[in-house]
Design a protein around this ligand. Sequence first.
Ligand SMILES: NC(=O)c1ccc[n+]([C@@H]2O[C@H](COP(=O)([O-])OP(=O)(O)OC[C@H]3O[C@@H](n4cnc5c(N)ncnc54)[C@H](O)[C@@H]3O)[C@@H](O)[C@H]2O)c1
Length: 388
Amino acid sequence: MFKYNCLNPIAKVGLERFTDNYKATDNISEADGVLVRSASMHEMELPESLLAIARAGAGVNNIPLDKCAEKGIVVFNTPGANANGVKELTIAGLLLASRDVIGGVNWVSSAKDDENIAKTAEKEKKKFAGTEIQDKKLGIIGLGAIGVKVANVAKNLGMEVWGYDPYVSVDAAWNLSRDVKHVLNVDDIYANCDYITIHVPLLDSTKGFISEEAIGKMKDGVIILNFARDLLVDEAAVLKAIKAGKVRKYVSDFPNATTAGQDGCIVIPHLGASTEESEDNCAKMAVKELIEYLENGNVINSVNYPTVDMGPCTDNARVAVLSKNIPGTINKFSAVFADLNINISDFTNKSKGEYAYTLMDVEAKITDELIAKLKEVDGVIRVRVVKN
Ligand SMILES: NC(=O)c1ccc[n+]([C@@H]2O[C@H](COP(=O)([O-])OP(=O)(O)OC[C@H]3O[C@@H](n4cnc5c(N)ncnc54)[C@H](O)[C@@H]3O)[C@@H](O)[C@H]2O)c1
């Protein structure tokens, strides 16, 4: 029986995945796993019993990742679970920037007392005329979970799609429409595209990606969309470019003092993933990751330990070792098994930065002596019997 603690409300459709082998607890000190959305865990006491934390969402800045890794607590997130929600809002952003729907709707509200509103509208509507997206070029920077979905839909809406991502994953590449033009130099997107949308993570290396210099290379009248993070774009430079007529519209999902209420900016209050479906998908994925780790020892989508997936254990026993990433450790583990005359039938060892994770399936029963000897190996943080 495993116990889990929810630090925030988690969608029911996710929690329903727990079988009778799981029990909810309000007391984190007895929990094997924690599910969390936005609650800050930085000041929290983390109990020895805690094996894993699953964040229903992508960002993990509310979780002390290093402290968790040091204590052998695996932290998971749910990449891509909200990608469809963000994709749909990005497409809405493309349309809102092209057709002055917002201006038009506001005009209708302001003219609500006009008895002849239908007639007046016919005269006024030219103020809100726009352009169509079909046959226009859309440049996508970052072809991950969201970028690929945006690319495929935009293609189906009749746009010519150009994509830039020097680190594109094999999975993403498989899912990307073959009609998307893959460029190797982002300047090609700047020079050619009518719309540019950015879908990269905010890292030191991507901060200010869309700089004043980049904007200078763009086509006149370009529309820039930012549903990733505001700091990816030099927004002061965008405002200058809007005033100069270089940028037609800037659509952002991140309100701040720079862009809120500014002419040419359409600023949305961070609604990208605010859908019932996104929250459900995140909860389902977080619970699945927790179950996979607690029951099988497999680590999928962790942010502080490497991915290790050996499927379910088909042998007699499985042992997991969380350790520091120190050269020679694997030899020491196998020496422990050899000394006790226990055969390892399957084995995976992976590292991520300072930490490593080793999963071993064995033919014999795992004994207290074996566990004690594994714990003595230099750098070992936690030894866990997954199956015995
Ligand atoms: N608006 C919202 O509510 C919302 C919701 C979810 C995610 N996001 C943001 O969207 C971002 C993307 O999300 P995702 O799920 O697609 O992430 P992802 O990890 O699946 O994809 C990110 C892609 O960016 C690429 N990339 C990284 N550095 C790059 C660079 N220098 N140049 C070009 N490409 C680069 C990566 O190779 C990867 O393919 C997230 O990091 C997050 O900041 C926003």
